[in-house]
Write a protein that binds this ligand. Structure first.
Ligand SMILES: [Zn+2]
Length: 164
């Protein structure tokens, strides 16, 4: 199971709406769509000026994605939201303006496979924004991707580091 952190407009209320309606019947339409022929290079992988197509990276095909709405004044209006990217992508948290608030919410409310992930690990993941890899092979088994973030203490939390 992958987790992505997206920057979306703070008023993006998809999560609130669907969870209040008692289910997850509807998914954000734009998140996962079928692969199409690249619209920029018409599937050739090369632009008219002869360089590699920047949309499909020369593949000729691309996965269109309609991202959730962003605000014009990005830094002021856009919050953080955790999404899952399995089969149908969907938000699994409300939108929070501060990474710290989102990390706290995830610790308190997460009942999915990433339950038990620490505040520190969430905060690191949210701040780095790349999201956790889907699954990582750890030799004798599979571990949830967010566990990768557990080991690294460098999260930006100032804990003083004083040892008596
Ligand atoms: Zn292309």
């Amino acid at each position: 199971m992958g987790r992505n952190v997206k920057r979306v407009h703070v008023d993006f209320d998809w999560f609130e709406k669907t969870s209040k309606d008692g289910g997850w019947a509807e998914n954000w339409k734009g998140y996962i769509m079928d692969e199409i022929e690249c619209p920029l290079c018409d599937g050739t992988g090369i632009t008219t000026s002869g360089t590699q197509c920047p949309v499909c990276y020369g593949e000729g095909k691309t996965n269109p994605r309609i991202e959730p709405p962003k605000g014009y004044d990005f830094e002021k209006t856009d919050g953080y939201q955790v999404w899952q990217d399995v089969s149908e992508g969907s938000p699994i948290s409300p939108v929070f303006l501060k990474p710290e608030d989102l990390a706290k919410w995830m610790v308190d409310n997460d009942t999915s496979i990433t339950q038990g992930t620490s505040y520190k690990a969430w905060l690191k993941m949210i701040k780095e924004e790349g999201g956790a890899p889907s699954m990582v092979s750890m030799g004798d088994g599979m571990k949830s991707g967010t566990s990768l973030y557990e080991d690294d203490a460098n999260v930006g939390l100032d804990e003083g580091g004083q040892n008596g």
